[in-house]
Design a binder for this molecule. Sequence first.
Ligand code: PAF
Length: 285
Amino acid sequence: MIVVSDTAALEEHLSALRDRASRVAFVPTMGNLHEGHLALVHQARAAADVVVVSIFVNPMQFAAHEDLDTYPRTLDDDLSALRKAGVDLVLTPSTDDIYPDGSAQHTAIHVPELGDALCGKDRPGHFDGVCTVVYKLFQLVEPDIAVFGEKDLQQLLIIKKMVADLSLPIDIQSGPTQRAGDGLALSSRNQYLSASARALAPLLWQTLQSCGAALMATPAHQPASIIDPAKAELERAGFEVDYLELREISTLQRVDNMDQDCALFVAARLGETRLIDNIQLAARR
Ligand code: PAF
């Protein structure tokens, strides 16, 4: 496995790998890898001849008050997991390499509407930072395929829109959310949870499942009659809920029936830790 931190050297290594391969799959990450990331890497491995993973904690997607400085960095463990997973090349660029003049001065890519809803509303500029770095990484790696997790469903939809709008010749694939035994979606931020918060956290997924089942089962309804009490229940249990909302899956527009494919999205805080999750609900045909 080749590890490159210098983006100038990347091109040389990539062209050597490309000589003997037709398809390159890419998995961008911020490191601190868990089974969720590794499932995406295995998916990439099955889809292409060469697998490239990036590890870069992207300052442009963190607001000033967020956890950029404390975001867990575990490079040695990450590299050994990626070696075991059969990755060909890992890119670990420096911040200066990606943002030579600083991320605040950098041109941003904004995906309107999709990028302004839900987490985009609660974390202004977050998805501009994500899109900008992903675009830059795509320019460096030039993958045929890129794989993103459905846990960050809004991010996945935004990346797909950016790729379509900018006519990038990249096939965006997605992998299902990986969960702990009790249902909590795997996330690097789970390790911030105290023992009592960790015990409470699976209630998010239980709530999504029960609301999802109720939404699918009720022939004619107002989603609010199912979602509002569930939100209140989460609040009573100790969550600070940023949103629990039903949205149409491709536009993220609010919906009040199940005649189209939807997803129920949640973001909620336990103490300082913000957790997100979602459940996809197929249209009732
Ligand atoms: O999902 C993530 O880990 C990040 O948002 C990504 C896509 C690697 C961009 O920094």
